[in-house]
Design a protein around this ligand. Structure first.
Ligand SMILES: Cc1cc2nc3c(=O)[nH]c(=O)nc-3n(C[C@H](O)[C@H](O)[C@H](O)COP(=O)(O)O)c2cc1C
Length: 201
């Protein structure tokens, strides 16, 4: 079974991004398994909590990342940037750097659901830039911003999904992530990271 970890960058009960993640999870083909981790359970990053004092939820988060074959993040954009809870989660995931942090080699794709008809892309590009800088692998093209999101969700016989054009775009985003996973693209990033670690010894 290939596992995709879904992370949602909003704590709101009726979050559009939470709804989008649940639609996406239902779109995975046979042989793929969806897991979720609640980013709201993580404390704020502090170096004082590293090592023996690492909170259990931080350990669980890093473990969930390591176990996942790929990650799909749905997040809002806040003030033209990534929400704090997503940045906080990336900061925890990026440490300890050596021998490998939990992001290294991990394929990721993301989507932004927003009420805006014009914004959202900055959150997505922040996220992909940071993920790649931490040693992860991202789907570079094509970006998926679900604008005017409240109008894009529809009911399909009691199950929430997206109107056809948005659904096709979401499926494409998931297929692009699956291609990164299936071609083991992250191996190159792992090798680069190992070489970097070796240089520091
Ligand atoms: C503090 C704050 C800042 C926001 N800034 C932006 C923004 O820069 N761009 C944008 O597209 N939407 C912005 N929004 C609106 C969000 O798109 C909208 O609240 C969205 O529903 C949040 O996602 P959620 O439904 O998953 O919680 C902002 C909302 C908040 C609360």
């Amino acid at each position: 079974m290939t596992t995709i970890l879904f992370l949602v960058g909003s704590l709101r009960k009726d979050s559009l991004n939470g709804r989008l993640a649940r639609v996406a999870a239902r779109e995975l083909p046979p042989g793929y398994d969806a897991t979720f981790f609640d980013l709201g359970t993580l404390p704020f990053y502090s170096g004082d909590l590293e090592g023996e004092d690492t909170p259990a939820m931080v350990g669980a988060f890093r473990e969930a990342l390591r176990r996942a074959d790929g990650v799909f993040i749905t997040t809002p954009e806040y003030n033209y940037a990534l929400p704090g809870i997503v940045k906080n989660a990336l900061d925890w995931a990026s440490r300890p750097m050596l021998p490998r942090n939990a992001i290294v080699g991990r394929p990721m794709n993301a989507a932004v659901a927003t009420i805006s008809g014009t914004n959202g892309i900055r959150s997505l590009s922040d996220l992909k830039r940071i993920w790649a800088n931490c040693g992860g692998v991202t789907v570079n093209a094509f970006d998926f911003v679900l604008q005017n999101a409240p109008a894009k969700f529809i009911d399909d016989h009691g199950v929430e999904t997206l109107e056809p054009v948005s659904l096709a775009t979401l499926r494409f985003a998931l297929a692009n992530l699956r291609r990164l996973i299936e071609h083991e693209t992250g191996r190159v990033s792992e090798a680069n990271w190992d070489a970097f670690a070796e240089q520091l010894r």
